[in-house]
Design a protein around this ligand. Structure first.
Ligand code: G16
Length: 542
């Protein structure tokens, strides 16, 4: 039986960089989930009788919310829902399921790399029929609806057993619980040379993967552990836990420190990797060398033709604005376009759909391609392994050869987390206020060549996204970029992106902190971070 339940709106349900993310207790307020889900459905048309995909990264509250979504999808008229077994679907796997089964869209329950648990983070994101995050036009419509919503629709029905593969019905709507891994693993086999990777690993090449007690465990066990023969012992923290074992499932050098230590040890394996809460991010560490996400994008693009799925070459490369310019040089050499988009994977969707870009990447540890419409952590790992299998060189040798050809973009991101929102806004406002006067002046000894607030005009639909980050470029090609994160859940997070280009033939073997020291000083001088935030050090350096 369908009931229309009166509700009152919340004013804070504005989706951020990637969906609505809040603390679990916030989501547990009366009707908070129901309002948002109904606002999603109210913003869509034509889904009656269609298929919805639902899954998440297994974090705390995932199962409860799935049951609510099932009852509301039935009440709103969907014909079928595909649910990952146990409620598990990595974000790229969900994107694949949406595309493969021609679904109308999908609801992905994740707060990505943010911690999980009863007092930690939860998130809801809507993806459209192309498998990608809803564009701003849709998220804006959802937000507008949340502010005035006065009722939601739900059926009365018992919980569906989402642990058993098979079909059940909720008030006439089919619910199919599907294997979380099978479709994704099959897709990966079409893209990469599995026999070559198997031979590499069989020949003694040692691979380790840290699933960080998050969603990629089952995927990595099946693909890397079994199909590629690395064995189950090669996968650490392989069981998805609702609280990620109390850890922060963010594959960076701080939160994947154990992996880093292991890869720097004398007897390190040849290749180490990790993924995040929902499986869309990646960390790549070769024996004794960390590969920055920006470099990884460039190196993957330069070598992608070695994988069967990309043997025909790339049509274009896209990167988010704060991502380093390393990929630009690869695009230039390949004679293909390079697109610079705002932060947020959703901005790649149009380029991928229009066949204008094949590979995309972001400094925030996201890389992916046109195989789905999300960034894809395991995809990046497998492409690296495919390249390693074909080049039969170490990660370090590949990286050094790359820099020798293209030059090196020394790069770091400094995050100042949970700072006072008003202080962060003031810092950005002050910066914006002086942009026009900066070119031609010197900051901490460096001459400013350009200063602006990045605005993007989508080349496909002409939509404009303004105020996407302050960029200050220096003579010689170095730059610092400032923006506030759109994914944090406590106060504001200031991100400072620092990049210095060293051409081929220059000093390519410096330590990154030393290479960037003058720029770090310039960032402080121009933004007055200490004065605004009271912080003398970033919380995280990646
Ligand atoms: C999301 C987005 C990414 C973005 C990242 C960081 O990733 O999908 O495009 O780069 O957030 O965004 P921000 O700098 O605004 O915090 P994820 O992995 O959290 O879904």
């Amino acid at each position: 039986m369908t009931t229309t339940v009166p509700t009152t709106p919340y004013q804070d349900q504005k989706p951020g960089t990637s969906g609505l993310r809040k603390k679990v207790p916030h989501f547990q307020q009366p009707n908070y989930i129901e309002n948002f889900v109904q606002a999603i459905f109210d913003s869509l048309t034509g889904f009656e009788g269609q298929t919805l995909v639902v899954g998440g990264d297994g974090r705390f509250y995932n199962r409860e919310v799935i049951q609510i979504v099932l009852r509301m999808a039935a009440a709103n008229g969907f014909g079928r829902v595909l649910v990952g077994q146990g409620g598990i679907l990595s974000t790229p796997a969900a994107s694949n399921v949406i595309r493969k089964y021609g679904a109308f869209g999908g609801i992905i329950l994740s707060a990505s790399h943010n911690p999980g648990g009863p007092t930690e983070d939860f998130g809801i994101k809507y993806n459209t029929g192309n498998g990608g995050p809803a564009p701003e036009s849709v998220t804006d419509a959802i937000y507008a609806r949340t502010k005035v919503i006065d009722a939601y629709k739900i059926v009365t029905a018992p919980d569906v057993d989402i642990d058993v593969i098979g079909e059940t019905f909720v008030e006439g709507m089919s619910v199919q619980v599907i294997d979380s891994v099978a479709d994704y693993a099959a897709l990966m086999e079409t893209l990469f040379d599995f026999p070559a990777i198997r031979d590499l690993i069989g020949g003694g090449f040692r691979v380790v993967f840290d699933a960080m007690s998050a969603v990629t465990g089952p995927y990595a066990l099946e693909i890397i552990g079994r199909r590629l023969g690395a064995g189950e012992d090669a996968i650490f923290n392989a069981v998805p836990l609702p609280d990620f074992g109390g850890h922060h499932p963010d594959p960076n050098l701080v939160h994947a420190h154990d992996l880093y230590q292991r890869m720097m040890a004398a007897d390190a394996p040849d290749f180490g990797a990790a993924s995040d809460g929902d499986g869309d991010r990646n960390l790549i560490i070769g024996k004794h060398i960390f590969v920055t996400p920006s470099d990884s994008l460039a190196m993957l693009a330069a070598n992608a033709h070695l994988a069967p799925g990309y043997a025909a070459g790339l049509v274009g490369i896209a990167r988010s604005m704060p991502t380093s310019g390393a990929a630009d040089r690869v695009a230039e050499k390949l004679g293909i376009p390079l697109f610079e988009t705002p932060t947020g994977w959703k901005f790649f969707g149009n380029l991928l759909d229009a066949g204008m870009a094949t590979i995309c990447g972001e400094e925030s540890a996201g890389t992916g391609s046109d195989h789905v419409r999300e960034k894809d952590g395991l995809w990046a790992v497998l492409l690296w392994l495919n390249i390693l299998a074909k080049r039969v060189e170490s990660v370090k040798a590949i990286a050094e050869a790359h820099w020798a050809t293209y030059g090196r973009n020394y790069y770091a991101r400094h995050d100042y987390e949970a700072i006072d929102t008003a202080a962060a806004d003031a810092l950005m406002a002050e910066l914006r206020g002086k942009l026009a006067t900066l070119p031609g002046t010197r900051i901490a000894g460096l001459e400013v060549a350009s200063a602006d607030d990045f605005a993007y005009t989508d080349p496909v639909d002409g939509s404009v996204s303004a105020k996407q980050g302050v960029r200050i470029g220096f003579v010689g090609g170095s730059r610092v970029v400032f923006r506030l994160s759109g994914t944090g859940t406590s106060g504001a997070t200031l991100r400072v992106y620092i990049e210095r280009y060293e051409p081929a033939g220059g000093d390519l073997a410096q330590e990154t902190p030393q290479a960037l020291a003058p720029l770090i000083a310039a960032a402080e001088a121009v933004a007055d971070i200490v004065r605004h935030t009271g912080r003398t050090m970033p919380d995280i350096v990646t």
